[in-house]
Design a protein around this ligand. Structure first.
Ligand code: DMJ
Length: 459
């Protein structure tokens, strides 16, 4: 990748490579196969509890055994079940997968008079149904994915091509044009796959148009702000961040190239990444971080870090900036080592958490997985292992895995987000177990961990 970095922000590869190795890495021999089996056993156990207490519900509440609907306010769409499907399949939990497929065929109906987030529904439900379809080839799953995407498409019908944030699944009524990069540009892999499988080009076109419309509005120094009006294309903020609500926009520029071979996506990724490295990368006490800046001047706005951004080290490495990706992942791994479990927010300048909750997030495991896929170094698997063992120690509850109300006092909350079933459990398993149903050399996982390429037929 041709990155032209300013002198101020450039941090040479040699310097980064020499930076401290992951802190707290334990050097003992690890039985990776046994660890993979352990992940599978935890998945089977949590699934059995979901089956008993919240079958067909969206998010499971693993302390109380209750449930919460999402993305609809008062209606369940089996979110956790759909998010889990390709993970179950990769783990060879075939009876559980068949059970889930039966539920989708018998009970899943998107004809509901209610409003959903276009972004969340696409990455979780359209993506989950597509990866489940690719696993077992059942046409009913593709038909459901297509039906749902058809209900989301009205949101993209704007003068700019940038979608509204919410759409009603039954009426197509749209709401909230004040959107952001992630909710504008996180569609290409799912919609590109849907167009490929159905022959209907509308999905891919809508995704391409939205991504390009955002990219075209980058500032003179190549940065995107984080709030925009979908109707006019006017920016509504000045903050450039690699964290939410911009994060997966950058991921999907790369992914459009990785999965679909779209050279335009690669150009977008390279251009935006060069600007981010030039204007947002900083080094503090030997650690490599990214600051939020003014998108037109590059002036520093904040040293606060969002846990959600910790995926970015894996993306940087995928895009060719291996040393920078490694250094950023090491910075987050050091925070994990220090607190035992990652807080949602952290300020590297003060060394203190800025948000003491933990939403049972997968991002650091995601980065470790992507780095490990690239160079197979055990450094990354050990970061994934530390993430897994911390989760087992602190997030395990009576019926499953829960988020935390406070990482400092270790107080649990009572919510297992749908992505838990699709993301970290899959990353851990694929890293630790030698999975015969996954092509380790040629694959693609979406921002939600859905495998849209690289599923190998049943053994
Ligand atoms: C997931 O839904 C996706 O990874 C998304 O891109 C942002 N992060 C959440 C999980 O934390």
């Amino acid at each position: 990748m041709d990155l032209r970095l300013s002198r101020r922000a450039f941090i040479g590869s040699a310097a980064l490579a020499a930076a401290a190795p992951a802190l707290g890495v334990d050097e003992a021999e690890v039985d990776w196969t046994a660890l993979g089996e352990d992940v599978k056993a935890e998945m089977r156990w949590a699934w059995a509890n979901y089956r008993d207490h919240a079958w067909g519900k969206d998010d499971f509440l693993p302390v109380s055994g209750g449930s919460r609907s999402f993305p609809l306010r008062d209606h369940h769409l089996g979110l956790s079940l759909i998010e889990a499907m390709d993970t179950l399949w990769l783990m060879g939990l075939d009876a559980e997968f068949a059970d889930a497929l039966g539920w989708v065929k018998a009970a899943l109906d998107f004809d509901v008079d209610g409003e959903v987030s276009v972004f969340e529904t696409s990455i979780r439900l359209v993506g989950g149904l597509l990866s489940a379809h690719l696993a077992c080839n059942d046409p009913a799953l593709l038909a459901k994915a297509r039906d749902l995407a058809d209900r989301l498409l009205p949101a993209f019908d704007t003068p700019t091509g940038i979608p509204y944030r919410y759409v009603n699944l039954k009426t197509g009524a749209v709401r909230d044009p004040a959107t952001n990069p992630a909710e504008t540009g996180t569609y290409i892999p799912e919609y590109g796959t849907l167009s490929r499988l159905t022959g209907d080009t509308r999905y891919r076109e809508a995704a391409d148009h939205a991504l390009g419309a955002m990219y075209d509005r980058r500032s003179r120094i190549g940065l995107l702000a984080d709030k925009i009006d979908a109707r006019t294309g006017e920016w509504l903020s000045r903050r450039a961040t690699i964290g939410p609500p911009s994060d997966s926009f950058y991921e999907y520029c790369w992914d459009g190239w990785q999965l679909l071979g779209d050279p335009g996506c690669k150009t977008m990724y390279d251009t935006l990444t060069a600007a981010i490295l030039a204007h947002q990368a900083v080094r503090h006490k030997g650690a490599f971080w990214f600051v939020d800046v003014d998108f037109e001047t590059g002036a520093r706005l904040s040293t606060e870090q969002d846990e959600l951004a910790s995926f970015y080290g894996g993306l940087l490495a995928q895009g060719g900036a291996a040393a920078e990706g490694a250094a950023y992942t090491r910075a987050w791994a050091a925070v994990q080592d220090r607190f035992g479990i990652l807080p949602e927010g952290y300020d590297y300048a003060t060394g203190q958490p800025t948000a003491r909750t933990n939403s049972l997030r997968p991002e650091l495991a995601d980065a470790a997985f992507n780095l490990w896929l690239l160079d197979r170094s055990d450094e990354w698997r050990r970061i994934g292992r530390a993430h897994y063992l911390a989760m087992k120690r602190w997030n395990k509850a009576r019926f499953g895995y829960t988020d935390m109300a406070d990482v400092v006092t270790r107080r649990q909350a009572d919510h297992c987000p749908g992505y838990w079933w699709s993301e970290q459990m899959k990353y851990y398993y694929l890293m630790f177990a030698d999975c015969p149903r996954f092509d380790y050399r040629d694959n693609y996982l979406s921002t939600e961990g859905n495998v849209l390429k690289g599923l190998l037929g049943p053994d």
